[in-house]
Design a protein around this ligand. Structure first.
Ligand SMILES: NC(=O)c1ccc[n+]([C@@H]2O[C@H](COP(=O)([O-])OP(=O)(O)OC[C@H]3O[C@@H](n4cnc5c(N)ncnc54)[C@H](OP(=O)(O)O)[C@@H]3O)[C@@H](O)[C@H]2O)c1
Length: 336
């Protein structure tokens, strides 16, 4: 049985715990919240008798768990993951795992000294069957002529922002913004399907505090370009596409992969969609569970390293995009 501790008591943490309970082999034992009452109330929703904590040091020192799931505001991921690794806990951290490559480098160095630990970025769609199907189809294309990928959803937090507040997801203090929140899915697509681009440029629409509300990024590859279109201040219903020599891979959405089609030169459509799960975190949780349950397996260690390599590349591309648009976070200054 894998014992689970969680940081953050938002809906995404609930969805993750629900996924662990559906997959099986997990027991929620510890919940961290800034308020003890909130931690205990949150814990009560789930099977077992998880203990609530309001002090992070105590959570890590006394919490009876092997794996921590971190779903706090982005800027806290790094320090909380670092503390977890030092406390000998496996880490599953929400995307984006780190705010910049300096943070990522510190964690990688730490992990090198803790060979027995596993560290995963919870990039949900990266683990899904439809994501892999698209990767396989791209490999079969003799020529790739690029892609146009979209993920844009109006955030309810934008109403608060417009009313003069600064919610975490629209704050440079918390490493927020459209690129970090939704663009990261598209950067994952591009890096996993096409590799690291030779050039990455971001054209954001900046809000009053300098954070990006929406934007377009262009990733240049040898011989083709990939356009990323993402945002949190508008809704887009555009599909996404990968272009071959006449043939096209079509997907309903580049991050919520519900339907995938292969369209040939003549326009004939072949539905290649794989079944999707009701809880979108099931597949990643299944993968993490399988790896953690056989943590001595070299193959599993290699699998984690492979996923981590993609996470590191995504982190780098995200940073390059941000730099190209002069978007700075408080976390960036902490390493200067
Ligand atoms: N994979 C996905 O599909 C998915 C979906 C949504 C979000 N996410 C990721 O999950 C993470 C959390 O997102 P979210 O929208 O839930 O964020 P959030 O609401 O801003 O914060 C998450 C939790 O962190 C704690 N928190 C809030 N403000 C804080 C502050 N100022 N200082 C310290 N702790 C604070 C709160 O828990 P307490 O009040 O209990 O301390 C809150 O429940 C983000 O990294 C996001 O990218 C992933």
């Amino acid at each position: 049985m894998l014992k689970l501790g969680v940081i953050g008591t938002g809906w995404i943490t609930k969805q993750f715990i629900d996924a662990t309970q559906e997959v099986g082999g997990w027991k929620l034992t510890s919940v961290f919240s800034r308020r003890l009452e909130k931690a205990n109330d949150f814990a009560k929703q789930f099977k077992g008798e998880a203990v609530g904590y309001r002090d992070l040091d105590t959570f890590f020192q006394e919490g009876d768990f092997d794996v921590v799931y971190i779903a706090s505001p982005n800027s806290l991921h790094f320090s909380q993951a670092r503390q977890a690794i030092m406390a000998d806990k496996h880490v599953i951290v929400e995307k984006p795992a780190c705010s910049n490559p300096s943070e990522m480098k510190v964690l990688i160095r730490l992990l090198r000294r803790k060979h027995h630990l596993f560290y995963f970025e919870a990039a949900r769609h990266f683990h899904e069957e439809n994501f892999k199907t698209i990767a396989q189809q791209i490999k079969k294309m003799k020529t790739v002529q690029g892609a146009t990928l979209t993920y844009m959803k109006y955030s309810s937090h934008y109403d608060d922002f417009l009313a003069g507040k600064e919610p975490n997801v629209f704050s440079p203090v918390f490493s927020g913004g459209a690129l970090q929140d939704l663009g990261v899915y598209l950067v994952y697509d591009a890096v996993a399907w096409f590799g690291v681009p030779i050039r990455a440029v971001y054209f954001p629409h900046k809000l009053r505090n300098g954070i990006d509300g929406k934007g377009i990024a262009i990733l240049q590859y040898p011989g083709f370009e990939v356009t990323l279109n993402f945002g949190k201040t508008a809704n887009s219903y555009l599909a996404s596409e990968v272009y071959g020599m006449g043939e096209t891979i079509w997907m309903n959405n580049a991050a919520d992969l519900q339907k995938v089609e292969l369209i040939d030169k003549q326009g004939n459509k072949n539905d290649i969609t794989k079944a999707v799960t009701t809880n979108p975190m099931i597949t990643e949780v299944k993968n993490f569970t399988a790896v953690l349950q056989s943590s001595n397996s070299l193959a599993n260690k290699q699998l984690m390293e492979d996923w981590l390599a993609v996470a590191v590349q995504v982190n780098r591309v995200m940073y390059d995009l941000r730099q190209s648009a002069h978007i700075n976070f408080r976390s960036d200054y902490e390493f200067r």
